[in-house]
Design a binder for this molecule. Structure first.
Ligand code: ACO
Length: 310
């Protein structure tokens, strides 16, 4: 139609249509998406560990079955997201290698330890709650495969969030010791959850470009505020206290004022110096090495069969 490839791309973005794998796209758009989708995929895979830690110690068979299903969902999310990243021309091997060598990151939140059963509740309510606030807008991301993967992921995340909320509700209304355990867990997870949204807007490297390309739909601070506003009434129903003495409704802004998380701590954790970074990476490397025989067997099978009998 006489337009250059770049003009067509810009028009697709402007019209809120989807960019698809075979379409022309600027190199930086491709690279930026690979970075974000890979980081997201790695987060799901590493994110299995903090909760995996409690599967054998869940307090009942029912709780155990639910937690097991949840951790399996996270593996599934990682796989959908790796598949979405692969449509941009990077291989699964390269992505896994980038995680294992530390060239690509994963979310800061998974470098904190899960010390009590109540942490399964706090992760569901706060961590998955934050993930939903961050990810629902990505269902409208300009890149088709990422946007579509996010629809199913968000449905499953909302189940995860409710199961965490229900764990906390049960503990909060249980014995005094159970209530105390729930509160102690919220005290530890609140600020790391706020930090999941990334640095403040003024320090966010990628936000402006990602928003112009409609990869991100809202800024880090906008989503953080939305999350705080969402949690306040839910904490009231839970009968638990958000550990922020400055938290209060601001009539003028129509939002809650709150204390920011410690962004220096976020940067330290992202750089590898959080409480569990070394342990998480060592575990992932070990799992990868232990799984080598499965990959070798799959390759040997593929080499023997041309696909016609599958
Ligand atoms: N943990 C680790 N790294 C982070 C975090 C965090 N919580 N927040 C920001 N960063 C990194 C960014 O990756 C970037 O580093 P890089 O340039 O080396 O990639 C740097 O800090 C600066 O941040 P921004 O410029 O603000 O980065 P970006 O625009 O990508 O925004 C965000 C960060 C909001 C996390 C975005 O990437 C995003 O929405 N990702 C998709 C959702 C996701 O990954 N969720 C994972 C956790 S949720 C879950 O899995 C349950």
């Amino acid at each position: 139609d006489g337009r250059t490839a770049e003009e067509t791309f810009e028009a697709v973005i402007a019209a809120d249509q989807k960019v698809e794998p075979r379409d022309w796209m600027p190199d930086a758009y491709r690279k930026g998406l690979i970075r974000q989708i890979a980081q997201h995929a790695h987060s799901e895979i590493i994110g299995m560990q903090p909760e995996g830690n409690w599967i054998t110690r869940a307090p009942s068979l029912k709780r155990k079955a639910i937690l097991l299903a949840k951790v399996q969902d996270e593996a599934g999310h990682g796989l959908y997201l790796y598949a979405a990243a692969e449509t941009l021309g990077i291989s699964r091997d390269e992505l896994v290698d980038a995680l294992l060598t530390g060239r690509q990151k994963y979310s800061s939140i998974f470098n904190y330890p899960t010390l009590t059963w109540a942490d399964m509740g706090a992760i569901g309510w706060l961590v998955d709650g934050a993930a939903i606030v961050n990810q629902v807008p990505i269902c409208r991301c300009s890149y088709g495969p990422y946007a579509r993967a996010m629809i199913r992921i968000c449905k499953e995340e909302s189940f995860h969030q409710r199961q965490g909320y229900e764990i906390l509700y049960t503990l909060s209304n249980g014995t005094a010791a159970q209530h105390e355990m729930a509160q102690e867990s919220i005290n530890r997870w609140w600020y790391p959850s706020l930090a999941m949204f990334g640095p403040p807007d003024a320090d966010s490297t990628h936000s402006a470009q990602s928003m112009a390309w409609k990869i991100k739909r809202h800024s880090n601070d906008e989503l953080r505020q939305r999350f705080v506003d969402m949690c306040v009434p839910q904490a009231e129903v839970l009968g638990l206290t958000i550990p922020d003495p400055e938290l209060r409704w601001n009539e003028e802004r129509g939002h809650h004022d709150y204390t920011s998380p410690d962004f220096e701590e976020l940067m330290r954790v992202v750089k590898g110096d959080g409480p569990c970074n070394a342990e998480r990476m060592a575990h992932r490397r070990r799992a990868h090495t232990d799984g080598a025989w499965v990959r070798a067997a799959a390759e040997a099978y593929a080499a023997k069969h041309d696909g016609s009998d599958r």
